[in-house]
Design a protein around this ligand. Structure first.
Ligand SMILES: Nc1nc2c(ncn2[C@@H]2O[C@H](COP(=O)(O)OP(=O)(O)OP(=O)(O)O)[C@@H](O)[C@H]2O)c(=O)[nH]1
Ligand SMILES: [Mg+2]
Length: 421
């Protein structure tokens, strides 16, 4: 393991704008993927009629992903720069897979937003930026990609930069926390080396921008919260839940509880990068094993915490939401799917308590009949199945969510109060 500080970085943006290609390129340039592997991918991609996808194949491992040339599920990879040890999460851009993007973004400290220079801001560029902002992503590096396709034109770059800046303003993302870089993931311009093709650009290249990210905020003294992403059965070990530790630490010998499944036991082993470790902490992606907990006892969406301070399970919760897009209006009784950490649960908006002025946050109306796109409100929510979630003021990492319906993100928000089951 590297002793450099750890960064979880999400790569987000519209479908086909070049996210996986960028990750493949970064891994190649930082020496994490050797040239002959890229050559093998080139041969396979050409055979499938997907020439040009050799860098994307570094991340797109599923057969369906390779045939279709789209990312479906999130994938993690590791690489180092001078400053940081990165775990990179490559998110899918296709609109059908936004739920996987939410899981990826909710695990990240900062993000690279990839926007193709020849396409500009597209629907999932908007959706991902909105989600990144509400899921608590700190800084954005905007890679204006495919600069080769627009002949490295400064005008094209400035046009996309202007579009993205407008978008950041709309979602109130602090523009001081955004760095723009003109790149070509495919050709390798301004990734690890400054490109002669963009002599008009004198800002940071991508690796410099990555090195200049602020260090992730130091871990709080919050108790262990580890949302389960998957549960595997591994021969010789048994049941191995995996996920990222959001807060607290985990060591062998700890007594833990999984909620809402309501099972628990003693932690036997904790692994990171296939090596047993004596302790893992915030930001670490771990696999572990708990005495007496079997594969069918727990599932994705459970949260693991200390047995004496277990994750909260909500009967109802109060939340502040911002409506991003909805074809009509949202009224009490509406039951969309809430995505919180790794959980996806249908929840009823039981009451709309207050409408807020989105600019000042002040109450604009008590008990409004409805809310619509652009509105912010405080609502009371009742999960239709048990859901573990925490007040954002106590554990921000477990206190935010996205709301989806009809294949799109319609709102996002944070939890104010949990009324426990
Ligand atoms: N010319 C050119 N093509 C690029 C560049 N980056 C990516 N591409 C091409 O764009 C296509 C899509 O690239 P991907 O990396 O799969 O895009 P993605 O954003 O990961 O797509 P999803 O994961 O499905 O959302 C492939 O054909 C790439 O070769 C670039 O800098 N220049
Ligand atoms: Mg991809």
């Amino acid at each position: 393991m590297s002793d450099k500080p750890h960064q979880n970085l999400a790569i987000i943006g519209h479908v086909d704008h070049g996210k996986s290609t960028l990750v493949g390129r970064l891994l190649f340039e930082t020496g994490s993927v050797p040239e002959h592997v890229i050559e093998q991918h080139r041969a396979e991609a050409e055979e499938k009629g997907k020439g040009g996808f050799e860098f994307a194949y570094v991340m797109d491992n599923l057969a369906e992903e390779r045939e279709r040339g789209v990312t479906i599920d999130i994938a993690h990879q590791e690489f180092d720069t001078d400053e940081y040890y990165f775990t990179i999460v490559d998110c899918p851009g296709h609109r059908d897979f936004v739920k996987n993007m939410i899981t990826g973004a909710s695990q990240a400290d900062n993000a690279v937003l990839v926007v193709a220079a020849d396409d500009g801001v597209a629907p999932q560029t908007r959706e991902h930026v909105f989600l990144a902002r509400t899921l608590g992503i700190g800084e954005l590096i905007i890679g204006v990609n495919k600069m080769d396709v627009v002949d490295y034109s400064e005008d094209s770059y400035n046009e996309v930069k202007e579009q993205v800046s407008q978008l950041l303003k709309q979602v109130r993302f602090d523009a001081d926390n955004a760095t723009f870089v003109p790149i070509s993931a495919f050709e390798g311009d301004n990734i690890a080396e400054r490109s002669e093709n963009t002599s008009w650009y004198d800002g940071d290249i991508l690796l410099e921008a990555l090195n200049n990210l602020p260090a992730p905020s130091p871990p709080t003294d919050a108790p262990l919260r580890l949302p389960i992403q998957d549960v595997y059965t591994i021969s010789g070990i048994g049941t191995v839940p995996v996920g990222r530790i959001e807060t607290g630490t985990m060591s062998p010998g700890d007594n833990v509880s999984f909620q809402p499944s309501d099972v628990g036991g003693e932690v036997k082993t904790v692994e990171m990068h296939h090596e047993e470790v004596p302790q893992a902490g915030p930001g670490d992606n771990v696999g572990f094993n708990v005495r007496g907990v079997g594969k069918d006892d727990i599932r994705r969406g459970d949260v693991c915490g200390p047995a004496d301070d277990p994750p909260k399970v909500a009967e109802t919760f109060k939340a502040q939401v911002v409506v991003m897009q909805h074809p009509s209006v949202i009224t009490a009784g509406y039951t969309p799917v809430f995505h919180a950490h790794t959980a996806q649960v249908a929840c009823t908006i039981e009451s709309i308590d207050q409408k807020l002025d989105p600019a000042s946050g002040e109450v604009a109306e008590e008990n409004p009949d409805f809310i619509k796109s652009g509105d912010a409100a405080i609502v009371t929510v009742r999960p239709q199945k048990p859901l573990s979630i925490e007040p954002s003021s106590e554990i921000p990492e477990l206190g935010s969510f996205a709301v989806r319906d009809m294949g799109q993100t319609i709102a996002a928000g944070k939890v104010l109060e949990v009324n426990e089951r």
